[in-house]
Design a binder for this molecule. Sequence first.
Ligand SMILES: [Ca+2]
Ligand SMILES: [Ca+2]
Ligand SMILES: [Ca+2]
Length: 299
Amino acid sequence: MRAYHWNGTALTVLDTKTWAGSQATSFNVDVGDLDGDGTEEIVTVGWTGEWETMNSQIRVWSWNDGLHLKESKKWIQEGSTWSKCYDVSLGRLNGRTMIATVGYFGLGDKTHAEVRLWGYESDLSLAAAEKWESEGDVLALGVFMDENRIYTVGMSKDGNYANAQLRVWKYGSLTLEASEEWHTVGNTLACNVFAADVDGDGAKEVLTVGWANDGRRSRAQLRVWDYDSGLTLKDSEEWYKEEDTHSFSVFAADVDGDGANEILTSGNANDFKLCQITVWSYPDVENPMISGLTPGRRG
Ligand SMILES: [Ca+2]
Ligand SMILES: [Ca+2]
Ligand SMILES: [Ca+2]
């Protein structure tokens, strides 16, 4: 892990820490004040171990003139030989900053997905956990926590196809509130999720990215969902550049300072030979000229 400082013109590395099993990956990071003392903690997730026994791993770090490891936990489901934690999201739930993680593990002849909710005050404690399976493999790859809800995305095999899967969980007991699965032509997968108001009406949309196979190639896919009593698809865009194109992450922010959030997606194109970032507009209540998801200049 590396911590950088941005002074407006240049990035400076402040500190870097490495750690290992014989196989180890740190896959994602998020930041928030977990213990309420006014300084932010840093949380990383990934996996560590040998190929034969891989454990999910979560680490809590503090910053004080350098990175300091405060706590580290590993876990694996009983009966499983490997477990991978893919994503982490920190959010305020009932006035307290909590940690949500997602990943998946092998059990029997297929993979199972899991979501975990953690609290941290003086130490890291598991508040709730849910696991789920489908007819074939199921993966949980992305998580976003916002306003007492936890959104997870991944893939669920129904016997014929891989379907992208978006789930909404209620905070606390981790009760499943809504679940949507979809594929377009062939295998489809969602790997990242975010929530923000992208049309300026004051209500947040749920954004998912991944890819969908059109029978010839993988196309990157961005979807905008409404979440009220259930999930409603508002818009979907698929695109490719030359060959297989994938979108791995999504974020929303007002990048041009006009008061409306843009959507940012990043991934790759031309069968992993190109990196790609796209800035999207979504119909702005102030600007009816835009009728749907509209990419900025596409490279
Ligand atoms: Ca703190
Ligand atoms: Ca909205
Ligand atoms: Ca804007």
